[in-house]
Design a protein around this ligand. Structure first.
Ligand code: ADP
Ligand code: ASP
Ligand code: MG
Length: 406
C-alpha cells in the first residue's frame, strides 16, 4: 500500500540560521520515522530575499524582471541544499531540487508567475526510493526554461501545488507563530490564536496584509479543498486549520483585523469626465500586469475629475512611469502619488448575516481621531485607508472595539 504523503513548508524564519535548519531537519526526520513519505518545501534563509532585492536596488531602480528572478530564486537553492545535508547527518536519505528540476511549470510573468502545471514524476520516483524530497519554494520555470518566481511568500504556493499533485492529505505550513491570530501578534499583544478559519476569510486576511500566508496559496488550496495547517516550527502545539466553511464559523462576527503599509495611492488629476477614460487607464495597468486595489473617482462638477487607486509597492515605479505617459494621452493634468498611507481592514464571514460592523469601525476610528481617506467593502470585509503613522494605532483600537483579545 502506498504510504501517506505529507507536504511540509518551512518559512524563512524557521530556517534563518544553521541551528534552526538542524531543528527543522529533526522534525522532518521524525515524520519520516513515523512512516510518512515526506516532501519538504523551504524558503530562503531569514531575510535573504529582501537582502537580494536590496542589492539589486543599489544597481538600478528598475531592474529587468527576468534578471530579478535569476537573482531572488538563488535564496531557496541555498536552503534546500543545507536542509538535505542536515537530514543526511541524521541518517535520513534526502535529495534537494530546484523548482525547475521538479517540473514546476509557470507562465512568463516574472516576479509573480502563475503555476500552469506540476510534473511530479521525479518527486514520486525519489519518494519510491525511500528518500525525503526537499524542494525549493517560490520558484518555477516557464516553457522557455526561464526561471520565474511566484510572488512574495510564494513558497506557500509551491507547497499547496505539490500537496495537490501528490494527493497529500494535509499541507503543513510551519512558521514563527503558533497559527493565524485575530491580528498580527507582533503588533497586538493580546491577539488570540484562531483554531479554525474558512478559506474565504483566510483569503481576505492574507490579501489584506496578514503576512502569515500568501493569498494565492489560499486561493489554490480552496479551489482543490486542500486543508492547510499553519503551525509553529518551534513547538508541537496545534496551530490553525484552514478549511471549508462550517456552520459554526458564521457565529463569529469579526475574526481578524489586518494592516497593510506597503501600498501607495496614485491619483490621476483633472481627467476629462467622459466615457472610456477609466477603461483606458485601467486597461493600460492591466496590460502591464499591475495589481490595483482600491479605486475612487470623485464626482465631477466641472467636466474634469480625479481618479485615485492604490497599488502594491512592487508595482509602484512601473505604475508611475506608465501613468505619466497615459496622462498626456488622455488629456489629464498630472499624476501625483502618496506613499504615506496604510490600509486597515476587518474581516469576518459573520458580516454576511449581521449589520453594524461598518458603523462600529467608522465610529471607533473617529473616536481615535483617525481620519478615513478611502473605503472599500466586500461581503466579508471592510477596509479603510488612513495615514500610515496612524495604521498601527487603528489596528489596536479596532481589535479592542470588536472584543477580539484574549
Ligand atoms: P515565514 O517566514 O514563515 O513565511 P512570514 O514572516 O511570512 O513567515 O509570516 C509570519 C508572520 O506573519 C508572523 O511572524 C506575524 O508577525 C505575521 N502576521 C501578520 N498577521 C498575522 C496574523 N493575523 N496571524 C499570525 N501571524 C501574522
Ligand atoms: N523567499 C520568498 C520571500 O521572501 C518566498 C517565501 O518566503 O515564501 O518572499
Ligand atoms: Mg511567508
Amino acid at each position: 500500500m502506498a504510504k501517506k504523503i505529507i507536504v511540509q513548508k518551512y518559512g524563512g524564519s524557521s530556517v534563518a540560521n544553521t541551528e534552526r535548519i538542524i531543528n527543522v531537519a529533526k522534525r522532518v526526520a521524525s515524520y519520516k520515522s513515523k512512516g510518512y513519505d515526506v516532501v519538504v518545501v523551504v524558503s530562503a534563509l531569514g531575510d535573504t530575499t529582501d537582502e537580494l532585492l536590496e542589492l539589486a536596488s543599489k544597481i538600478t531602480k528598475s531592474p529587468p524582471e527576468r534578471e530579478l528572478d535569476m537573482l531572488i530564486s538563488t535564496g531557496e537553492q541555498i536552503s534546500v541544499a543545507l536542509l538535505a545535508m542536515a537530514l543526511h547527518k541524521f541518517g535520513k536519505e534526502a535529495i534537494s531540487f530546484t523548482g525547475a528540476q521538479v517540473g514546476i511549470i509557470t507562465d512568463s510573468s516574472h516576479t509573480k508567475a502563475r503555476i500552469i502545471d506540476v510534473n511530479a514524476k521525479k518527486i514520486r520516483q525519489e519518494l519510491a526510493k525511500g528518500k525525503i524530497v526537499v524542494v525549493a519554494g517560490f520558484q518555477g520555470v516557464n516553457m522557455d526554461q526561464e526561471i520565474t518566481t511566484l510572488g512574495r511568500g510564494g513558497s506557500d504556493l509551491t507547497a499547496v501545488a505539490l500537496a495537490k499533485v501528490l494527493g497529500a492529505g494535509v499541507c503543513e505550513i510551519y512558521t514563527d507563530v503558533d497559527g493565524v491570530y485575530t491580528a498580527d501578534p507582533r503588533l497586538v499583544k493580546n491577539a488570540k490564536k484562531l483554531d479554525k478559519v474558512s478559506y474565504e476569510e483566510m483569503l481576505e486576511l492574507a490579501s489584506l496584509g496578514s503576512q502569515v500566508l500568501q493569498a494565492r496559496s489560499v486561493e489554490v488550496a480552496s479551489k482543490f479543498n486542500i486543508p492547510l495547517h499553519i503551525r509553529s516550527s518551534f513547538s508541537d502545539k496545534e496551530g490553525t486549520l484552514i478549511t471549508k466553511e462550517v456552520k459554526k464559523m458564521e457565529d463569529v462576527l469579526v475574526s481578524g483585523v489586518t494592516l497593510n503599509k506597503t501600498e501607495s495611492k496614485v491619483t490621476v488629476c483633472d481627467v476629462p469626465d467622459k466615457p472610456g477614460i477609466a477603461a483606458r487607464i485601467f486597461t493600460e495597468l492591466a496590460k502591464a500586469n499591475v495589481n490595483i486595489d482600491m479605486i475612487i473617482q470623485n464626482v465631477s462638477r466641472t467636466g474634469y475629475t480625479d481618479v485615485s487607486f492604490t497599488v502594491v509597492a512592487g508595482d509602484f515605479n512601473k505604475t508611475l512611469k506608465l501613468m505619466k505617459r497615459v496622462v498626456k494621452e488622455i488629456g489629464a493634468a498630472d499624476v501625483i502619488f502618496d506613499k504615506d498611507i496604510a490600509k486597515v481592514s476587518v474581516v469576518g464571514i459573520g458580516m454576511r448575516s449581521h449589520s453594524g460592523v461598518a458603523a462600529t469601525m467608522f465610529k471607533t476610528l473617529a473616536a481615535g481621531k483617525i481620519n478615513i481617506e478611502m473605503i472599500s467593502t466586500s461581503e466579508i470585509k471592510i477596509s479603510c485607508v488612513v495615514r500610515k503613522k496612524k495604521g498601527e494605532e487603528a489596528v489596536k483600537t479596532l481589535h479592542k472595539a470588536f472584543n477580539l483579545g484574549r
